[in-house]
Design a protein around this ligand. Structure first.
Ligand code: CA
Length: 239
């Protein structure tokens, strides 16, 4: 995204970050070492990652939280990955799921795809391959159903993570983009501070109580003061 020379200087007061919208990924993997390494790589790539270490918890998290994509190991304690996947699909959960399978076990891959997996990666794998496949899955799943979102003068493209104000590109940091993404996806509804925090930081990363206020203030500077409304005691709203 280039800087439009017509854009007022205040729109580009911060360096551009990776244009990553609020992408939440659930990792269901019982191997602690592998999970930690993959989580670190996914976060580095800009994803917000939650992890479940067994099938029961993974199934529950996938049922109760809207993830943009899931990385699901098939060999899991308590409930197998295949069972987890079947439960989600029979319950109408449609998020893209990438399964992790043993490299040689082609029957596992077939079983996984038949149970509703969207893609697979064989172990051992490179984190970069998982990231590339996840991005492709998310692009595919958001391609038709996530058109550019428009509220007033603001247009937000969830697939590309770009924002324009009256047609002029606005450069946002990764976290500003996440806050804006959540608000745009729920336009017309109030989003609480804790909801926004959940989308910005998975798990228990450092959270300042005024963090959201700071991001909202910066967004207002770039998008106009009235772009985001404060609903006192409840949260924020766009539209
Ligand atoms: Ca396993």
């Amino acid at each position: 995204m280039g800087v439009d020379p017509r854009a007022p200087a205040t729109y580009v007061s911060e360096p551009a970050a990776t244009p990553e919208p609020a992408i939440r990924v659930l990792l269901v993997e019982d191997d602690t070492d592998l999970a930690q390494r993959l989580t670190a790589s996914l976060r580095e790539a800009g994803f917000a990652v939650d992890r479940a270490a067994d099938g029961d918890l993974g199934a529950y998290m996938g049922e109760t939280t809207d993830y943009d994509a899931v990385v699901l190991d098939l060999g899991l304690p308590k409930l197998s990955g295949i069972e987890v996947l079947r439960r989600w699909r029979s319950g109408g959960r449609r998020m893209p799921v990438l399964i992790l399978t043993a490299r040689s076990a082609w029957t596992e891959r077939v079983e996984g795809l038949n149970a509703g997996a969207d893609d697979y990666v064989g172990k051992p794998f490179q984190a970069l391959e998982v990231i590339a496949r996840l991005r492709a899955l998310i692009r595919r799943s958001s391609g038709g159903s996530n058109p550019v979102l428009v509220q007033g003068d603001i247009a937000f493209d969830p697939a590309g993570g770009s924002v324009t104000l009256r047609g002029v590109p606005v450069i946002l940091t990764a976290q500003e983009l996440r806050v804006l993404s959540v608000l745009m996806h729920r336009a017309g509804r109030i989003v609480s501070q804790s909801d926004l925090l959940d989308h910005i930081y998975a798990d228990d990363d450092v959270r300042g109580s005024n963090t959201i206020e700071v991001f909202v203030a910066r967004l207002r500077k770039k998008l106009g003061h009235d772009a985001i409304r404060t609903v006192r005691g409840l949260g924020y709203r766009i539209g």
